[in-house]
Design a protein around this ligand. Structure first.
Ligand SMILES: [Zn+2]
Length: 266
């Protein structure tokens, strides 16, 4: 009898525990690496190139090891209270600068795995610089349903350098033009809504963050080499700037939060 009562009591308590919501901090605790790529090719032409076979191997590793790749938009929706927290082994993939190798090399691979990618681009280069994609190519990427295209300012200025050269009023002008013109050009060319910004060279400060909010951006991105967590501000989310050496064991370590420290020169 005593045993039966104890058992019933135990089941009752266990059931009660299941009904209690988890504390917010435990329920929402997550660590998501945002992987930042720049360009691809057969050889490591410069510090920012990842060879296409290395990129393919990284995507295969994610696929074969139970990682879930979500769109950056989905992560941002969490920060803005519109989506649940990402689960374990979640990864986000982004690219800066809209290099033409995104179209030739990256697209076939992410299409194979169905992985979403967010591109941050500066419109002055599109259909203009030899290394960049065209507006038509960006429209094709968007139509694939896998790509979202967002802002990287209008012509990729170094705001630290500009600040030393310009008066405060001239700096204000430059910053607002860079932020607004990029957003409106992308919205017009691609028929999309632009509210995310990647800082050129990862340069940002409180002044620039205020300007980004004023220009209508709701999320901005840096290049700090660590996972994004629930404690981060949606206005300065960290991203891993990947280099070719982040392959094999180094890639696995990076995903696990033990990335090799690197100084990447632009
Ligand atoms: Zn860039």
């Amino acid at each position: 009898m005593v045993v039966l009562i104890q058992r019933t009591l135990f089941s009752f308590c266990a059931a009660l525990l299941l009904l209690l919501p988890l504390p917010a901090s435990a329920a929402e605790s997550f660590q998501v690496p945002i992987l930042l790529y720049h360009r691809f090719g057969p050889t490591v032409a410069d510090g920012m190139t990842i060879t296409t076979p290395v990129f393919e191997a990284q995507m295969r590793y994610l696929h074969d090891n139970g990682y879930k790749v979500i769109a950056l938009r989905q992560l941002i929706d969490y920060y803005r209270g519109k989506a649940p927290a990402p689960g374990l082994k979640t990864v986000v993939i982004v690219e800066d600068d809209a290099h033409k190798s995104v179209y030739s090399d990256m697209l076939p691979i992410v299409r194979k795995y169905g992985y979403p990618v967010t591109i941050f681009t500066y419109p002055s280069a599109i259909s203009n610089a030899k290394y960049a994609m065209t507006w038509d190519q960006l429209r094709t990427l968007k139509k694939s349903g896998l790509f979202e295209i967002q802002s990287h300012t209008y012509w990729h200025p170094n705001f630290k350098r500009e600040r030393r050269k310009l008066s405060p009023a001239a700096l204000d002008d430059l910053v607002m033009t860079q932020l607004k013109k990029s957003k409106s050009r992308l919205e017009t060319e691609l028929g999309t809504s632009v509210d995310m910004l990647a800082w050129p060279f990862g340069i940002y400060d409180d002044y620039l963050l205020k300007k980004a909010s004023a220009a209508g951006y709701q999320a901005t991105f840096t290049i700090e080499r660590r996972h994004a967590t629930q404690a981060d501000s949606v206005m300065k989310l960290p991203r891993y700037l990947l280099v070719n050496a982040d392959s094999g064991k180094a890639f696995v370590q990076l995903l696990q939060g033990n990335a090799v420290k690197r100084n990447v020169a632009y």
